[in-house]
Design a protein around this ligand. Structure first.
Ligand SMILES: Nc1nc2c(ncn2[C@@H]2O[C@H](COP(=O)(O)OP(=O)(O)OP(=O)(O)O)[C@@H](O)[C@H]2O)c(=O)[nH]1
Ligand SMILES: [Zn+2]
Length: 372
């Protein structure tokens, strides 16, 4: 297989072999995106991770590329935009860098100049859309990069989180704090020293109502068990069994806050054709032809699933962030007597389970029935 990468020196596309993802994943360096609203405790978390005992050489990137479209900037990598970087040596042989613009390019430079790292932590600015940043790393991994996206961690302020989540945005605009939770693989509810159990319970429930899939931990001064934050493998198929089990536990949620983001899930038995599934997903993510019963366009922020593709012995994982999605065969085979099912989880705005499931059955499944 071949793919195109841009050459640094002369901006000339160059054909290079791309190894399959599975082969290189052991050598690739994980990137964890740390996001969260202003003052939630992101920097405290980074500092904590850096000072904890770990045998990793961690590079920390404080990015300021949240403003504007990070995706556009990443696509302009080949145009060799000017970079501004400041490097700081930290404890444990860790490095810290502040990037004004292109985060990806900075990481590549980092690899060249300082040798390889074991781990990269990237703190986004409080108001950034981490989805754009995540998509950028995800796209890059597809191009055979040295790095891969391990997970999105959202730090939430236990004291101010509810208020931030309740802020009404002008029509059409999304609440940033809610979006950050919708995207997360892990949420850290921080500053629990500042709230009582009741307040905490309300916040917990609200977080769950937004993202039915997310793992939640609670901390003071962002003190976490590192094994709960690093090496989550949220975007790869290293762990498809557990993903399947995890998806089975997810329930469709009821929005707690007005017009808020929620999680929708369904399971439909049968095997489907990849082409028809692609049309369904693209209509949802790209064409935006799906509407809820109030006529509002569905907006999916995160998408996960395990599907049964016709002619495939293995389970196939579905992953999506904003408008990017990917279908990837997992090492997990369907059992001989195991019923073939498709389980999908959607996190986003204006989602309606009946519509999503109904459309899936009507288009994806019935199309399959006609072909069979
Ligand atoms: N009481 C209390 N204060 C905390 C806790 N964690 C962090 N803080 C304080 O909260 C403030 C903000 O923490 P930061 O780690 O800078 O938050 P941040 O998310 O990086 O903030 P920005 O980068 O400005 O968005 C600092 O003054 C921290 O000392 C906690 O668990 N309890
Ligand atoms: Zn910070």
């Amino acid at each position: 297989m071949e793919g195109i990468i841009m050459d640094d020196e002369d901006d000339c596309p160059e054909l290079v072999p791309i190894q399959t993802k599975q082969n290189i994943s052991t050598e690739q360096i994980p990137v964890t995106i740390i996001t969260g609203y202003l003052g939630a405790g992101k920097t405290t978390l980074l500092n904590y991770i850096l000072t904890e005992q770990h045998n990793k050489r961690i590079a920390v990137i404080l990015n300021e590329f949240g403003e504007g479209s990070a995706v556009e900037k990443s696509l302009a990598v080949s145009q060799a935009g000017e970079l501004y970087e400041e490097w700081l040596e930290l404890r444990n042989g860790c490095l810290c860098c502040s990037v004004k613009d292109n985060g990806l390019k900075a990481i590549e430079n980092l690899m060249e100049k300082k040798g390889k790292f074991d781990y990269i932590l990237l703190e986004t600015t409080g108001l950034a859309d981490p989805g754009a940043v995540a998509s950028m790393f995800w796209v890059d991994a597809e191009l055979g990069s040295d790095i891969y996206l391990d997970g999105i961690v959202t730090v939430i302020d236990a004291k101010h989180g509810m208020q931030q989540l309740s802020e009404q945005k002008p029509e059409g605009l999304i609440n940033e704090a809610a979006r950050q939770i919708a995207l997360a693989d892990l949420t850290i509810i921080n500053k629990i020293d500042l709230v009582g159990e009741e307040e905490l319970a309300t916040l917990r429930e609200t977080v769950r109502s937004i993202n039915g899939l997310v793992r939640m931990i609670e901390t003071e001064r962002s003190r976490v068990d590192l094994s709960q934050v690093l090496d989550l493998h949220s975007f790869d198929n290293k762990d498809s069994t557990s993903l399947q089990e995890k998806l089975q536990l997810v329930k469709t949620t009821r929005p707690h806050l007005d017009k808020s983001i929620l999680t929708v899930t369904f399971e439909v038995p049968g095997s489907i054709s990849e082409d028809v599934l692609n049309v369904y997903i693209q209509n949802l993510l790209w064409e935006k032809t799906f509407k809820n019963k109030a006529g509002l366009v569905m907006n999916v922020i995160r998408l996960k699933g395990i599907v049964s593709l016709r002619d495939k012995a293995h389970q196939v994982m579905l992953q999506g962030v904003h408008e990017l999605y990917e279908l990837e065969e997992t090492p997990q085979k369907w059992g001989e007597s195991e019923p073939r099912v498709n389980r999908l989880v959607f996190i986003g705005r204006n989602l309606d389970q009946e519509v999503l499931e109904g459309q899936f059955i009507a288009t994806v499944l019935n199309e399959e029935g006609r072909e069979a």
